[in-house]
Design a protein around this ligand. Structure first.
Ligand SMILES: [Zn+2]
Length: 468
Protein backbone atom coordinates (compact mmCIF):
# COMPACT_ATOMS: atom_id res chain seq x y z
CA UNK A 1 0.00 0.00 0.00
CA UNK A 2 1.07 3.59 -0.58
CA UNK A 3 0.57 6.52 1.75
CA UNK A 4 0.96 10.18 0.87
CA UNK A 5 1.36 12.53 3.82
CA UNK A 6 0.41 15.99 2.62
CA UNK A 7 0.58 19.56 3.88
CA UNK A 8 2.82 18.98 6.87
CA UNK A 9 6.11 20.40 8.06
CA UNK A 10 8.80 17.74 7.97
CA UNK A 11 11.11 18.13 10.95
CA UNK A 12 14.45 16.36 11.09
CA UNK A 13 17.53 16.83 13.23
CA UNK A 14 18.93 19.21 10.63
CA UNK A 15 15.96 21.44 9.93
CA UNK A 16 12.30 21.84 8.99
CA UNK A 17 10.60 22.30 5.66
CA UNK A 18 7.18 21.98 4.07
CA UNK A 19 7.06 18.71 2.15
CA UNK A 20 4.77 15.86 1.16
CA UNK A 21 6.07 12.42 2.07
CA UNK A 22 5.44 9.36 -0.08
CA UNK A 23 5.49 5.90 1.50
CA UNK A 24 5.44 2.81 -0.66
CA UNK A 25 5.26 -0.53 1.07
CA UNK A 26 7.41 -0.33 4.20
CA UNK A 27 9.70 2.45 2.98
CA UNK A 28 9.78 6.21 2.53
CA UNK A 29 10.39 6.60 -1.21
CA UNK A 30 10.24 10.33 -1.89
CA UNK A 31 9.73 13.81 -0.50
CA UNK A 32 8.04 16.41 -2.70
CA UNK A 33 7.61 20.14 -2.58
CA UNK A 34 4.08 20.75 -1.24
CA UNK A 35 1.46 19.73 -3.79
CA UNK A 36 4.01 18.47 -6.33
CA UNK A 37 3.66 14.76 -5.67
CA UNK A 38 2.45 12.78 -8.69
CA UNK A 39 -0.87 10.98 -8.57
CA UNK A 40 -0.35 7.68 -6.82
CA UNK A 41 -3.35 5.51 -7.61
CA UNK A 42 -4.90 3.99 -4.51
CA UNK A 43 -2.65 5.88 -2.11
CA UNK A 44 -4.05 6.64 1.29
CA UNK A 45 -3.84 10.38 1.93
CA UNK A 46 -2.86 11.52 5.43
CA UNK A 47 -3.60 15.22 5.83
CA UNK A 48 -0.89 16.75 8.00
CA UNK A 49 -1.83 20.38 7.45
CA UNK A 50 -0.67 22.45 10.41
CA UNK A 51 1.17 19.50 11.87
CA UNK A 52 4.74 18.23 12.20
CA UNK A 53 5.89 15.13 10.36
CA UNK A 54 8.72 13.55 12.35
CA UNK A 55 10.57 10.24 12.40
CA UNK A 56 9.04 7.70 14.77
CA UNK A 57 10.54 7.81 18.23
CA UNK A 58 13.40 5.47 19.15
CA UNK A 59 13.44 4.60 22.86
CA UNK A 60 16.89 3.14 23.51
CA UNK A 61 16.25 2.06 27.10
CA UNK A 62 13.32 -0.16 28.10
CA UNK A 63 12.87 -3.16 30.40
CA UNK A 64 9.83 -5.19 29.38
CA UNK A 65 9.13 -8.08 31.78
CA UNK A 66 12.40 -7.51 33.61
CA UNK A 67 12.78 -9.73 36.67
CA UNK A 68 13.61 -7.46 39.60
CA UNK A 69 13.34 -7.75 43.36
CA UNK A 70 11.23 -10.89 43.32
CA UNK A 71 8.75 -9.68 40.70
CA UNK A 72 8.62 -8.71 37.00
CA UNK A 73 8.22 -5.35 35.30
CA UNK A 74 4.51 -5.23 34.61
CA UNK A 75 4.57 -4.52 30.87
CA UNK A 76 5.02 -7.46 28.55
CA UNK A 77 6.53 -6.89 25.13
CA UNK A 78 2.98 -6.83 23.85
CA UNK A 79 1.49 -4.28 26.24
CA UNK A 80 4.65 -2.17 26.40
CA UNK A 81 5.19 -1.85 22.67
CA UNK A 82 1.51 -1.09 22.14
CA UNK A 83 1.73 1.71 24.70
CA UNK A 84 4.90 2.95 23.02
CA UNK A 85 3.09 3.12 19.69
CA UNK A 86 0.29 5.21 21.22
CA UNK A 87 2.95 7.66 22.34
CA UNK A 88 4.73 7.99 19.00
CA UNK A 89 7.59 5.58 19.63
CA UNK A 90 8.10 3.07 16.81
CA UNK A 91 11.33 1.37 17.91
CA UNK A 92 12.53 0.20 21.30
CA UNK A 93 15.90 -1.16 22.31
CA UNK A 94 15.30 -3.40 25.31
CA UNK A 95 17.89 -4.99 27.60
CA UNK A 96 18.37 -8.73 27.34
CA UNK A 97 19.82 -10.01 30.60
CA UNK A 98 22.67 -12.28 31.55
CA UNK A 99 22.86 -12.69 35.29
CA UNK A 100 25.93 -13.76 37.17
CA UNK A 101 26.36 -17.51 36.64
CA UNK A 102 24.14 -17.62 33.54
CA UNK A 103 25.23 -18.14 29.96
CA UNK A 104 24.98 -15.03 27.77
CA UNK A 105 23.43 -16.90 24.84
CA UNK A 106 20.79 -18.45 27.12
CA UNK A 107 19.90 -15.01 28.44
CA UNK A 108 19.58 -13.67 24.91
CA UNK A 109 17.46 -16.63 23.81
CA UNK A 110 15.13 -16.04 26.75
CA UNK A 111 14.65 -12.42 25.64
CA UNK A 112 13.95 -13.41 22.06
CA UNK A 113 11.37 -15.87 23.34
CA UNK A 114 9.58 -13.14 25.29
CA UNK A 115 9.56 -10.66 22.42
CA UNK A 116 9.15 -12.69 19.26
CA UNK A 117 5.68 -12.47 17.76
CA UNK A 118 4.50 -10.16 20.54
CA UNK A 119 5.71 -6.70 19.57
CA UNK A 120 3.59 -4.00 17.96
CA UNK A 121 6.68 -2.04 16.85
CA UNK A 122 10.22 -2.93 15.84
CA UNK A 123 12.64 -3.86 18.57
CA UNK A 124 16.31 -4.49 19.16
CA UNK A 125 18.36 -5.56 22.15
CA UNK A 126 21.30 -4.41 24.18
CA UNK A 127 22.83 -7.13 26.36
CA UNK A 128 23.31 -6.78 30.11
CA UNK A 129 26.49 -8.60 31.12
CA UNK A 130 25.90 -9.48 34.75
CA UNK A 131 28.87 -11.80 35.08
CA UNK A 132 32.06 -10.79 33.29
CA UNK A 133 34.27 -13.84 32.79
CA UNK A 134 36.13 -15.56 29.94
CA UNK A 135 32.95 -17.09 28.56
CA UNK A 136 30.84 -13.94 28.57
CA UNK A 137 33.70 -11.91 27.09
CA UNK A 138 33.88 -14.34 24.20
CA UNK A 139 30.11 -14.15 23.79
CA UNK A 140 30.37 -10.38 23.33
CA UNK A 141 32.25 -10.96 20.05
CA UNK A 142 29.61 -13.39 18.83
CA UNK A 143 26.78 -11.01 19.67
CA UNK A 144 28.41 -8.19 17.71
CA UNK A 145 29.25 -10.40 14.72
CA UNK A 146 26.21 -12.64 14.48
CA UNK A 147 23.31 -11.33 16.58
CA UNK A 148 23.15 -7.63 15.77
CA UNK A 149 23.88 -6.59 19.35
CA UNK A 150 26.53 -3.90 19.53
CA UNK A 151 26.13 -2.50 23.04
CA UNK A 152 26.66 -4.06 26.45
CA UNK A 153 25.45 -2.76 29.78
CA UNK A 154 27.39 -3.10 33.01
CA UNK A 155 26.36 -2.13 36.53
CA UNK A 156 28.46 -0.43 39.18
CA UNK A 157 25.44 -0.90 41.49
CA UNK A 158 23.31 -3.82 42.73
CA UNK A 159 26.00 -6.03 44.29
CA UNK A 160 25.06 -9.69 44.04
CA UNK A 161 22.63 -9.11 41.19
CA UNK A 162 24.13 -7.25 38.24
CA UNK A 163 27.25 -5.71 39.81
CA UNK A 164 30.65 -5.77 38.13
CA UNK A 165 33.81 -4.80 39.98
CA UNK A 166 36.37 -2.46 38.43
CA UNK A 167 38.49 -5.32 37.11
CA UNK A 168 35.52 -6.89 35.38
CA UNK A 169 34.51 -3.54 33.96
CA UNK A 170 38.02 -2.97 32.60
CA UNK A 171 38.07 -6.38 30.92
CA UNK A 172 34.67 -5.85 29.28
CA UNK A 173 35.77 -2.40 28.12
CA UNK A 174 38.93 -3.82 26.57
CA UNK A 175 36.80 -6.38 24.75
CA UNK A 176 34.45 -3.65 23.49
CA UNK A 177 37.44 -1.62 22.31
CA UNK A 178 38.52 -4.64 20.25
CA UNK A 179 35.17 -5.50 18.67
CA UNK A 180 33.87 -1.96 18.10
CA UNK A 181 30.92 -2.12 20.48
CA UNK A 182 29.70 0.32 23.11
CA UNK A 183 29.76 -0.07 26.89
CA UNK A 184 26.66 1.29 28.61
CA UNK A 185 27.07 1.99 32.30
CA UNK A 186 24.75 2.17 35.26
CA UNK A 187 27.03 4.54 37.15
CA UNK A 188 26.34 4.53 40.88
CA UNK A 189 28.70 3.35 43.59
CA UNK A 190 26.56 0.44 44.76
CA UNK A 191 28.97 -0.75 47.44
CA UNK A 192 28.88 2.59 49.26
CA UNK A 193 25.12 2.93 48.65
CA UNK A 194 24.48 -0.41 50.32
CA UNK A 195 26.29 0.83 53.44
CA UNK A 196 24.10 3.94 53.52
CA UNK A 197 20.95 1.85 53.02
CA UNK A 198 21.89 -0.45 55.91
CA UNK A 199 22.55 2.51 58.20
CA UNK A 200 19.26 4.20 57.27
CA UNK A 201 17.24 1.05 57.94
CA UNK A 202 19.01 0.61 61.30
CA UNK A 203 17.89 4.13 62.20
CA UNK A 204 14.30 3.16 61.33
CA UNK A 205 14.22 5.28 58.18
CA UNK A 206 12.04 3.04 56.01
CA UNK A 207 9.95 5.42 53.87
CA UNK A 208 10.46 5.66 50.09
CA UNK A 209 12.19 9.06 50.30
CA UNK A 210 15.16 7.33 51.89
CA UNK A 211 15.72 5.48 48.63
CA UNK A 212 16.77 8.85 47.22
CA UNK A 213 18.62 10.05 50.31
CA UNK A 214 20.80 6.90 50.40
CA UNK A 215 21.83 7.33 46.75
CA UNK A 216 23.49 10.77 46.88
CA UNK A 217 24.45 12.60 43.72
CA UNK A 218 28.12 12.39 44.64
CA UNK A 219 28.02 8.59 44.40
CA UNK A 220 26.57 8.88 40.88
CA UNK A 221 29.29 11.38 39.99
CA UNK A 222 32.06 9.27 41.52
CA UNK A 223 30.99 6.20 39.57
CA UNK A 224 30.63 8.24 36.38
CA UNK A 225 34.15 9.59 36.77
CA UNK A 226 35.50 6.12 37.53
CA UNK A 227 33.78 4.65 34.47
CA UNK A 228 35.24 7.42 32.32
CA UNK A 229 38.72 6.73 33.73
CA UNK A 230 38.44 2.98 33.21
CA UNK A 231 37.27 3.52 29.62
CA UNK A 232 40.32 5.70 29.04
CA UNK A 233 42.65 3.04 30.42
CA UNK A 234 40.95 0.49 28.16
CA UNK A 235 41.95 2.56 25.12
CA UNK A 236 39.15 5.13 25.01
CA UNK A 237 36.39 2.54 24.72
CA UNK A 238 33.11 4.18 23.71
CA UNK A 239 31.15 4.72 26.91
CA UNK A 240 27.48 5.60 27.28
CA UNK A 241 26.19 6.63 30.70
CA UNK A 242 22.57 5.57 31.15
CA UNK A 243 19.89 7.50 33.09
CA UNK A 244 22.14 10.37 34.14
CA UNK A 245 20.34 12.42 36.79
CA UNK A 246 22.86 14.56 38.71
CA UNK A 247 24.59 17.82 37.78
CA UNK A 248 27.89 16.50 39.12
CA UNK A 249 27.76 13.45 36.84
CA UNK A 250 26.89 15.65 33.89
CA UNK A 251 29.91 17.79 34.66
CA UNK A 252 32.14 14.71 34.50
CA UNK A 253 30.68 13.74 31.12
CA UNK A 254 31.03 17.29 29.78
CA UNK A 255 34.68 17.45 30.86
CA UNK A 256 35.45 14.15 29.15
CA UNK A 257 33.71 15.27 25.97
CA UNK A 258 35.58 18.56 26.02
CA UNK A 259 38.82 16.62 25.78
CA UNK A 260 37.55 14.61 22.81
CA UNK A 261 36.70 11.42 24.60
CA UNK A 262 34.16 8.87 23.32
CA UNK A 263 31.78 9.53 26.20
CA UNK A 264 28.03 9.90 25.71
CA UNK A 265 25.08 10.14 28.07
CA UNK A 266 21.31 9.95 28.21
CA UNK A 267 18.81 11.31 30.66
CA UNK A 268 15.14 10.39 31.13
CA UNK A 269 11.92 12.44 31.40
CA UNK A 270 11.58 11.65 35.11
CA UNK A 271 14.78 13.54 35.87
CA UNK A 272 13.67 16.51 33.78
CA UNK A 273 10.26 16.86 35.45
CA UNK A 274 10.04 15.07 38.81
CA UNK A 275 11.87 15.67 42.08
CA UNK A 276 12.86 14.00 45.32
CA UNK A 277 10.65 16.32 47.36
CA UNK A 278 7.56 16.56 45.15
CA UNK A 279 7.17 12.93 44.15
CA UNK A 280 9.55 10.55 45.93
CA UNK A 281 8.92 12.42 49.20
CA UNK A 282 5.13 12.15 48.95
CA UNK A 283 3.50 11.34 52.31
CA UNK A 284 3.42 7.78 53.60
CA UNK A 285 4.21 5.06 51.10
CA UNK A 286 2.94 7.02 48.07
CA UNK A 287 6.50 7.93 47.07
CA UNK A 288 7.16 4.28 46.16
CA UNK A 289 5.66 5.05 42.74
CA UNK A 290 8.77 7.12 42.01
CA UNK A 291 11.45 4.77 43.32
CA UNK A 292 13.91 4.34 40.46
CA UNK A 293 17.71 4.28 40.17
CA UNK A 294 19.38 6.64 39.72
CA UNK A 295 16.89 8.41 41.99
CA UNK A 296 14.94 11.61 41.47
CA UNK A 297 17.06 14.55 42.62
CA UNK A 298 16.34 17.46 44.95
CA UNK A 299 14.50 20.49 43.60
CA UNK A 300 16.72 22.63 45.86
CA UNK A 301 19.71 21.79 43.67
CA UNK A 302 20.13 22.78 39.99
CA UNK A 303 19.90 19.29 38.46
CA UNK A 304 16.90 19.88 36.21
CA UNK A 305 18.19 23.19 34.90
CA UNK A 306 21.55 21.56 34.16
CA UNK A 307 20.00 18.52 32.45
CA UNK A 308 17.99 20.72 30.08
CA UNK A 309 21.17 22.67 29.34
CA UNK A 310 23.04 19.42 28.77
CA UNK A 311 20.40 18.39 26.24
CA UNK A 312 20.88 21.65 24.36
CA UNK A 313 24.68 21.41 24.40
CA UNK A 314 24.74 17.70 23.45
CA UNK A 315 26.56 16.69 26.63
CA UNK A 316 23.32 14.73 26.98
CA UNK A 317 22.76 13.14 23.59
CA UNK A 318 19.56 11.16 24.09
CA UNK A 319 16.38 11.01 26.12
CA UNK A 320 15.26 7.44 26.86
CA UNK A 321 12.63 6.34 29.34
CA UNK A 322 14.27 3.52 31.31
CA UNK A 323 10.71 2.20 31.13
CA UNK A 324 10.48 -0.34 33.96
CA UNK A 325 6.92 -0.25 35.30
CA UNK A 326 5.64 -1.86 38.48
CA UNK A 327 2.12 -1.67 39.79
CA UNK A 328 1.64 -0.02 43.17
CA UNK A 329 -0.54 -2.83 44.45
CA UNK A 330 1.41 -6.01 45.23
CA UNK A 331 4.58 -4.86 43.43
CA UNK A 332 5.70 -1.51 44.85
CA UNK A 333 4.04 -2.72 48.06
CA UNK A 334 6.76 -5.35 48.43
CA UNK A 335 8.72 -2.50 50.01
CA UNK A 336 6.19 -1.52 52.67
CA UNK A 337 8.23 -0.95 55.82
CA UNK A 338 11.57 -1.25 53.94
CA UNK A 339 12.28 1.10 51.04
CA UNK A 340 15.17 -1.11 49.86
CA UNK A 341 12.65 -3.78 48.85
CA UNK A 342 10.62 -1.50 46.57
CA UNK A 343 11.11 -2.63 42.95
CA UNK A 344 13.12 0.06 41.15
CA UNK A 345 11.48 1.59 38.13
CA UNK A 346 9.10 4.06 36.53
CA UNK A 347 6.90 3.44 33.50
CA UNK A 348 6.99 6.09 30.81
CA UNK A 349 7.46 4.52 27.38
CA UNK A 350 4.17 6.09 26.26
CA UNK A 351 5.00 9.65 27.27
CA UNK A 352 8.56 10.45 26.20
CA UNK A 353 7.73 12.09 22.87
CA UNK A 354 5.05 14.28 24.50
CA UNK A 355 7.09 15.19 27.58
CA UNK A 356 10.01 16.31 25.46
CA UNK A 357 7.73 18.22 23.12
CA UNK A 358 6.62 20.16 26.19
CA UNK A 359 10.27 21.19 26.44
CA UNK A 360 9.92 22.74 22.98
CA UNK A 361 6.77 24.59 24.06
CA UNK A 362 8.57 25.81 27.19
CA UNK A 363 11.45 27.17 25.13
CA UNK A 364 14.01 24.70 26.45
CA UNK A 365 14.66 22.79 23.20
CA UNK A 366 14.33 23.58 19.50
CA UNK A 367 12.01 21.46 17.37
CA UNK A 368 15.03 19.98 15.61
CA UNK A 369 16.74 19.12 18.87
CA UNK A 370 13.53 17.45 20.06
CA UNK A 371 13.58 15.16 17.04
CA UNK A 372 17.30 14.59 17.41
CA UNK A 373 17.19 13.56 21.08
CA UNK A 374 14.12 11.28 20.82
CA UNK A 375 14.75 9.64 17.43
CA UNK A 376 17.77 10.52 15.32
CA UNK A 377 20.58 10.29 17.84
CA UNK A 378 19.35 7.06 19.44
CA UNK A 379 19.20 5.52 15.95
CA UNK A 380 22.73 6.71 15.17
CA UNK A 381 24.14 5.86 18.56
CA UNK A 382 22.97 2.26 18.41
CA UNK A 383 23.51 1.29 14.79
CA UNK A 384 19.97 1.72 13.44
CA UNK A 385 20.57 4.74 11.21
CA UNK A 386 19.54 5.58 8.47
CA UNK A 387 16.91 2.87 8.59
CA UNK A 388 15.41 4.52 11.66
CA UNK A 389 15.48 8.05 13.04
CA UNK A 390 15.06 10.11 9.86
CA UNK A 391 12.49 11.12 7.26
CA UNK A 392 14.38 10.45 4.04
CA UNK A 393 14.04 8.27 0.94
CA UNK A 394 15.16 4.75 1.73
CA UNK A 395 14.41 4.93 5.44
CA UNK A 396 11.80 2.68 7.03
CA UNK A 397 8.42 4.40 6.95
CA UNK A 398 8.30 4.97 10.71
CA UNK A 399 6.56 8.32 10.88
CA UNK A 400 4.67 10.34 13.49
CA UNK A 401 2.34 13.18 12.62
CA UNK A 402 2.41 15.45 15.65
CA UNK A 403 -0.25 18.06 16.27
CA UNK A 404 1.09 21.18 18.01
CA UNK A 405 -2.42 22.51 18.53
CA UNK A 406 -3.62 19.32 20.21
CA UNK A 407 -3.51 18.64 23.94
CA UNK A 408 -2.59 15.56 25.91
CA UNK A 409 -3.49 14.90 29.53
CA UNK A 410 -1.46 12.11 31.08
CA UNK A 411 -3.40 9.84 33.41
CA UNK A 412 -3.74 6.27 34.57
CA UNK A 413 -7.28 6.48 33.20
CA UNK A 414 -6.12 7.06 29.64
CA UNK A 415 -2.68 5.51 29.34
CA UNK A 416 -2.05 2.11 27.75
CA UNK A 417 0.81 0.83 29.88
CA UNK A 418 0.07 -2.04 32.24
CA UNK A 419 0.33 0.07 35.41
CA UNK A 420 -2.23 0.93 38.07
CA UNK A 421 -0.92 4.48 38.42
CA UNK A 422 0.89 7.10 36.36
CA UNK A 423 4.17 8.70 37.35
CA UNK A 424 2.95 11.82 35.53
CA UNK A 425 -0.70 11.87 36.65
CA UNK A 426 -2.40 15.09 35.60
CA UNK A 427 0.46 16.42 33.45
CA UNK A 428 -0.85 18.57 30.59
CA UNK A 429 1.09 18.57 27.32
CA UNK A 430 0.54 21.32 24.75
CA UNK A 431 0.72 18.90 21.81
CA UNK A 432 -0.60 15.53 20.72
CA UNK A 433 0.44 12.45 18.79
CA UNK A 434 -1.93 12.43 15.82
CA UNK A 435 -0.90 9.60 13.50
CA UNK A 436 1.66 6.82 13.96
CA UNK A 437 3.04 4.77 11.08
CA UNK A 438 5.40 1.82 11.52
CA UNK A 439 7.08 0.39 8.40
CA UNK A 440 4.24 1.66 6.26
CA UNK A 441 1.43 0.37 8.50
CA UNK A 442 -0.81 2.94 10.14
CA UNK A 443 -0.92 2.00 13.82
CA UNK A 444 -2.78 5.04 15.12
CA UNK A 445 -5.05 7.44 13.29
CA UNK A 446 -7.96 9.63 14.39
CA UNK A 447 -7.68 8.22 17.89
CA UNK A 448 -8.25 4.69 16.56
CA UNK A 449 -5.65 2.01 17.09
CA UNK A 450 -5.00 -0.39 14.22
CA UNK A 451 -1.74 -2.01 15.32
CA UNK A 452 -1.31 -5.64 16.20
CA UNK A 453 1.14 -7.81 18.01
CA UNK A 454 3.55 -9.56 15.69
CA UNK A 455 3.93 -6.56 13.38
CA UNK A 456 7.14 -5.56 15.15
CA UNK A 457 10.32 -7.19 13.92
CA UNK A 458 13.68 -7.82 15.53
CA UNK A 459 16.32 -5.38 14.28
CA UNK A 460 19.91 -6.47 13.91
CA UNK A 461 21.99 -3.44 14.72
CA UNK A 462 25.29 -2.31 13.30
CA UNK A 463 27.98 -0.40 15.15
CA UNK A 464 27.45 3.14 16.43
CA UNK A 465 27.58 5.87 13.77
CA UNK A 466 29.43 8.15 16.20
CA UNK A 467 32.67 6.22 16.19
CA UNK A 468 35.47 6.81 13.73
ZN1 LIG B 1 17.43 0.63 33.00
Amino acid sequence: MSILITGGTVVTASGRHAADVLVEGETITALFAPGRAPDVPGARIVDATGKYVIPGGVDAHTHMELPFGGTFASDTFESGTRAAAFGGTTTIVDFAVQRSGENVHDGLAAWHAKAEGNCHIDYAFHMIIGGVDDESLKAMDTLVDAEGISSFKLFMAYPGVFYSDDGQILRAMQKARDNGSMIMMHAENGIAIDVLIGQALTRGETDPVHHGLTRPAELEAEATRRAISLAQVAGDTPLYIVHLSASQALEAVAQARDTGRNVFAETCPQYLYLTLEDQLGAPGFEGAKWVCSTPLRSRHEPHQRDLWRGLRSNDLAIVSTDHCPFCFKDQKELGLGDFSKIPNGIGGVEHRVDLLYQGVVDGKLSLERWVETIATTPARMFGLYPRKGVIAPGADADIVVYDPSGRTTISVHTHHMNMDHSAYEGFEIAGKVDTVISRGSVLLSGGEYHGRKGHGRYLRRGLSSYLV
